[in-house]
Design a protein around this ligand. Structure first.
Ligand code: 13P
Length: 253
């Protein structure tokens, strides 16, 4: 089953509006000629609308880094999925390990956010991944299963069809220590097998991205694995030059 490669730059808490516009413009120009790949960037909330306007009609999509599950009301500081769609977003990253670890986000919240995002027409990129302690204790697959089942609880096949999964081992994020291709493939294959128990016809079509110190010089080996369909890229997406190179290397393999 050929799945279209997909790379999303997660800019995290970085960039003024002007800096985000400059980076987005360089990325758009740099990947314009790359075929058979989907590309997105995820700026901070404050830059979303400006970046989406700059990128409209181009091939690069805009993702938000989080959203709330309610549409409106007394929820100070929260942003609704429909507001993100209104700002020009097509996707939203949900359940990132930084949100889980630093802000106490639970699987049940990721589930609510995922379903709300889908209702607003956004593609959720659902992040799951084990800590180093869990890996060392041999709990990786159990942890992945629990996060996956929690995030996707009670979802219909129609809902599942609209999702993207990102496997991001916490110990590989921002550390310069990426999972080996074999380690990534083991977990990606497990995720796909688990998805197949829920939706057998859909599982071969769903994209599973890898995230965690993905760089231009390791992307090819990771993408060579059967179940690695792209990347959620942090540090290497903050420079247009490295992100463009990563997209080119990753889509050529
Ligand atoms: P790094 O690529 O900086 O390791 O970050 C990965 C990540 O968290 C993407 O969401």
């Amino acid at each position: 089953m050929a799945r279209r490669a997909f790379f999303c730059g997660n800019w995290k808490l970085n960039g003024s509006i002007a800096e985000s516009l400059a980076l987005a413009t360089d990325v758009r120009n740099g990947v314009a000629s790359v075929r058979d790949v989907d590309v997105a960037v995820a700026p901070s909330f404050t830059a979303l609308h400006a970046v989406a306007k700059r990128l409209e009609d181009g091939p690069v999509m805009v993702a938000a880094q989080d959203c709330f599950w309610e549409e409106k009301g007394a929820f100070t500081g929260e942003v609704a999925p429909s507001q993100l769609a209104d700002a020009g977003c097509k996707l939203v990253i949900l359940g990132h390990s930084e949100r889980r670890q630093l802000f106490g986000e639970l699987d049940a919240a990721v589930n609510l956010k995922t379903r709300a995002a889908l209702r607003a027409g956004l593609t959720p990129i659902i992040c799951i991944g084990e800590t180093l302690t869990e890996r060392d204790a041999g709990e990786t697959l159990g942890r992945i299963q629990a996060q996956l089942d929690g995030a996707l609880a009670d979802m219909t096949d129609a809902e599942l069809e609209g999702i993207v999964i990102a496997y991001e081992p916490v110990w590989a994020i921002g550390t310069g220590r990426n999972a080996t291709p074999a380690q990534a493939q083991e977990v990606h294959h497990f995720i796909r097998t688990r998805l197949a128990t829920r939706a057998p016809a859909l599982a071969p079509k769903l994209r599973i991205l890898y995230g965690g110190s993905m760089k231009p010089d390791n992307v090819r080996a990771l993408m060579a694995e059967e179940d690695v369909d792209g990347g959620l890229v942090g540090g290497a997406s903050l420079s247009a030059e490295s992100f463009i190179r990563l997209v080119k290397e990753g889509s050529a393999s």
